[in-house]
Ligand binder design. Structure first.
Ligand code: FAD
Ligand code: NAI
Length: 469
């Protein structure tokens, strides 16, 4: 007879593994199925963690080459040992994927290895990756957390060697001379930055007339200027019509997004980074009647339940930003819902961060969104050049911008470009979560000298009373 669980989670990414751990904490008999061979999903294996490891290594190289001398630190000739850099990244990944396995054991989550298919409500089969016999399991609740996959261009075949997605861009064996990145979104700019810092000439081709669409427009323009200053070239309003594969280098053909003006670019590596799509292959959703929307996402209600009772979905495979922390929060929430609790996620308070230098971080509404909604707002802006810690650190590019409701002073959005923006934004996510006003943030004592004082000053600037600018 098939073993029966209270909960079976399909997929062990940040959504799935967190859901499994939380369900087990709540006393539910839980299993998590993963076909990759290691736990942690896209994020730990080929996403957030390896990309951040390489961003840090390449940032250190850039700092040592350009910034140390300003601090009176002399270096000899610097060299990149790419193989060591990649090995360090792999070790970081291994530490965390192994860490999730440890957490499963600690919380008594059963780890089922293989590809899951839902054969009927409450029933799944698992095909092990070694081709062995299928096993069947039953579960009162099934959580689909199968994540997302790379979107490819119809006329560009990804080989993960010289025409790569983010996955191949994390394992290049040599630094490319010329890297063409297709798509000026988060992946293109983070991984483009890694390889530019290590010595590649980087050109980013973007279909739209701006980079990072969706980001507050002012910030996006300043971000583009900052990257251009570092040597990244942009071809905006441009589409790639094909990549002709040569032995040593490739020819990337482009034309204007509206058509016409054909041009070509030389590249020894091409990175395709035009977005990700929900992944539901082989799950058997169509056969059991689970509804999918026009963009391939699994449809759910506010309780994350699909149209089939007892089948839930979370993370990249459903609507919303494709972010690890969004998936994690949904993982906790769905487990608590299954256990009879009433959790809540505030989708207005989900921060998003681009881990370049300068870092870029946002939470809540952009100016464009507020204008569109007809909401009147005040802006408080404070530059890092007026923040003593940023100047002492020698890294004072950028600013903090807070958008607060004109009538109530409630913080509606916050956008930061500059040092440690990704860490600084947490305070403003908390402000939005607690419906704080800009005055609340301004009245909170911020330690001196810290970068966080720029947040306090921006909050004061909402009422035109910043002290230091
Ligand atoms: P995933 O992490 O995609 O996990 C789904 C898992 O399900 C996979 O391991 C897959 O093998 C498994 N699976 C699929 N189908 C089956 C099946 N039938 N049976 C068994 N297993 C199955 N987000 C951030 O917040 N911060 C970042 O810095 C960041 N950096 C990123 C960098 C890159 C290069 C990429 C590609 C993504 C990055 N992301 C980042 C996005 C982040 O990785 C995703 O939002 C997150 O991983 C989504 O989690 P998930 O659990 O929904 O899905
Ligand atoms: P994205 O959606 O961020 O950016 C894709 C870009 O490609 C857009 O600017 C889009 O206009 C452009 N584009 C689309 N089609 C194109 C075409 N044919 N030619 C030229 N440009 C084209 O997607 P990306 O960068 O691939 O990232 C995927 C997801 O991964 C994102 O949703 C993001 O949330 C997540 N991610 C998050 C990170 C973080 O939080 N720091 C880091 C990396 C990824």
């Amino acid at each position: 007879m098939a073993e029966k669980f209270d909960v079976i989670v399909i997929g062990a990414g940040p959504g799935g593994y967190v859901a499994a751990i939380r369900a087990a904490q709540l006393g539910l008999k839980t299993a998590c199925v993963e076909k990759r061979g290691t736990l942690g999903g896209t994020c730990l294996n080929v996403g957030c963690i390896p990309s951040k490891a390489l961003l840090e290594s390449s940032h250190l190289f850039e700092e040592a080459g350009h910034d140390f001398s300003k601090h009176g630190i002399k270096t000899g000739k610097l060299e990149v040992d790419l193989s060591t850099m990649l090995k360090r990244k792999d070790a970081v990944v291994k530490q965390f994927t192994g860490g999730v396995e440890f957490l499963f054991k600690k919380n008594k989550v059963t780890y089922l290895k293989g590809a899951a298919q839902i054969t009927a409500p409450g029933k799944i089969t698992i095909a092990p990756s070694d081709g062995g016999a299928q096993t069947s399991y039953e579960a009162t609740n099934i959580i689909i957390a199968t994540g997302s996959d790379v979107i490819s261009l119809p006329n560009v075949k990804i080989d993960e060697e010289t025409i790569v997605s983010s996955t191949g861009a994390l394992t290049l064996k040599t630094v490319p001379n010329k890297l063409v990145v297709i798509g000026a979104g988060v992946i293109g700019l983070e991984l483009g930055s890694v390889w530019r810092r290590l010595g590649a000439e980087v050109t980013v081709v973007e279909f739209l007339d701006r980079i990072t669409p969706g980001m507050d427009e002012g910030l996006s323009k300043d971000f583009q200027k900052a990257l251009e200053k570092q040597g990244v070239k942009f071809k905006l309003g441009t589409k790639v019509t094909g990549v002709e594969k040569g032995k040593k280098s490739h020819i990337v053909s482009t034309e204007s997004a509206q058509g016409g003006s054909p041009e070509s670019l030389d590249a020894d590596v091409v990175l395709v980074a035009i977005g990700r799509k929900p992944y539901t292959e082989g799950l058997g959703l169509k056969e059991i009647g689970v509804a999918i929307d026009e963009r391939g996402r699994v449809k759910t209600d506010k309780q994350f339940q699909t149209n089939v009772k007892g089948i839930y979905a979370i993370g990249d495979v459903i609507i919303g930003p494709m972010l690890a922390h969004k998936a994690e929060d949904e993982g906790v929430a769905v487990a608590e819902i299954i256990a009879g609790q009433k959790p809540h996620i505030n989708y207005d308070a989900i921060p998003s961060i681009i881990y370049t230098a300068p870092e870029v971080a946002s939470v809540g509404k952009t100016e464009e969104e507020l204008k569109k909604a007809g909401i009147e707002y005040n802006i408080g802006k404070f530059p890092f050049t007026a923040n003593s810690r940023a100047v002492a650190n020698g890294n004072a590019e950028g600013y903090v911008k807070i958008l607060a409701d004109k009538k109530t002073d409630r913080v509606l959005g916050a956008h930061i470009i500059g040092p440690d923006a990704g860490t600084l934004i947490a305070e403003l996510a908390l402000a939005i979560e607690f419906s704080a006003s800009a005055e609340d943030v301004a009245r909170t004592c911020h330690a001196h000298p810290t970068l966080n004082e720029a947040v306090k000053e921006a909050a004061l600037a909402v009422d035109k009373r910043a002290i230091h600018a």
